[in-house]
Design a protein around this ligand. Structure first.
Ligand code: 5GP
Length: 126
């Protein structure tokens, strides 16, 4: 079965410049921007520019340069927000909701970085 990417999803529209966003960082292969409905004092979404629906899709089909850039961009955003553990602060949560069971609302790969407050446990034992 092939991955099914919907080019009309809201993040595809953001990437095409059809919808504005509050950009934190843009690179050759990625865009990081603030979530429109923040769930923590810092809530940033990081997306690849390529048409990938999920992390498994990205891992299977993205090129090495895209994968390296995405990984480094996530790290750079944590540094820019000042929440990386190297800064000696209290950390953050990184989430990638995926598909129906993961309750993914926007079908374009995105990682949430949430920080700036104690977030509690996501699930009873995780
Ligand atoms: P998901 O449930 O797919 O993991 O999360 C989608 C996220 O996208 C939600 O946190 C939601 O607030 C955010 N979002 C939805 N539409 C927009 C938008 O137009 N702009 C921005 N910046 N964030 C959005």
């Amino acid at each position: 079965m092939a991955y099914d990417y919907d080019p009309e999803n809201i993040f595809a529209k953001i990437l095409r410049g059809e919808i504005p966003n509050d950009t934190v960082l843009e690179t050759d292969h990625c865009l990081a921007f603030r979530d429109i409905a923040p769930q923590a004092p810092d809530h940033v979404l990081i997306i690849p520019k390529g048409a990938y629906v999920s992390f498994d899709h990205f891992a299977a089909e993205a090129g090495d340069a895209e994968i390296v850039d995405y990984t480094r961009t996530i790290g750079k955003v944590c540094k820019m927000l000042g929440v990386d553990l190297d800064a000696g602060v209290d950390g953050y949560r990184m989430i990638a909701n995926t598909g129906k069971n993961g309750v993914q609302d926007v079908p374009h790969l995105h990682v949430h970085i949430l920080a700036g407050k104690f977030l509690g446990r996501m699930l009873p034992n995780i």
